[in-house]
Design a protein around this ligand. Structure first.
Ligand code: BEZ
Length: 165
């Protein structure tokens, strides 16, 4: 069992995927995050109501303030395949404000210690709902919702708290 990521830890290495010209392309955590200040939101699933109607819209809305505060990378990671993520991305963020990556193999989620088995809702193995504030590959701050369907304590605006700036 992997212990849950904490402030002060190094971000684990993992590959992440996205669609490029309709084909699956990969990147990794080093390529995406090294050398940048970032806010990452992790969501349990594309097209689920809270993620689609609250969590990602809040992140997109706060993007200008987050960029102004010096966060160069605003990233959403979800435990779905790259085809689903690409379709969801166009739906929730048509302007392309945020970068979306697929963690369909759950490698990133597992290494963060944030896997969650959600059999009752027939989601299978997913991720917790979380937010990370990163300084390059160093984790500055972690928040995880106690309940997967809640959106109460991972608001991206909390990354603007002066202690993380
Ligand atoms: C939601 O984002 O609405 C959601 C997430 C996980 C399970 C069910 C719903």
């Amino acid at each position: 069992m992997v212990s849950r990521i904490s402030a002060g830890d190094d971000l684990p290495y993992a590959q992440l995927a996205f669609l490029k010209d309709g084909a699956v392309a990969t990147t990794d955590t080093v390529e995406v995050f090294a050398g940048f200040r970032s806010v990452v939101i992790g969501v349990p699933g594309a097209f689920t109501p809270v993620c689609t109607e609250q969590h990602v819209p809040d992140f997109v809305r706060n993007a200008p303030k987050l960029r102004q505060a010096g966060f160069q990378k605003l990233v959403c990671i979800a435990p779905n395949d790259p085809f689903v993520i690409d379709s969801w991305r166009k739906h929730v963020d048509p302007a392309g404000t945020v970068a979306f990556y697929a963690d369909g193999n759950l490698d990133f989620t597992r290494r963060l210690g944030l896997e969650r088995l959600q059999r009752d809702l027939f989601l299978g193995l997913r991720s917790e709902r979380y937010m990370l504030v990163l300084d390059g590959l160093r984790v500055r701050h972690v928040r995880v919702e106690p309940t997967i369907t809640l959106y109460s304590c991972v608001r991206s605006s909390d990354a603007l708290d002066t202690e993380y700036l």
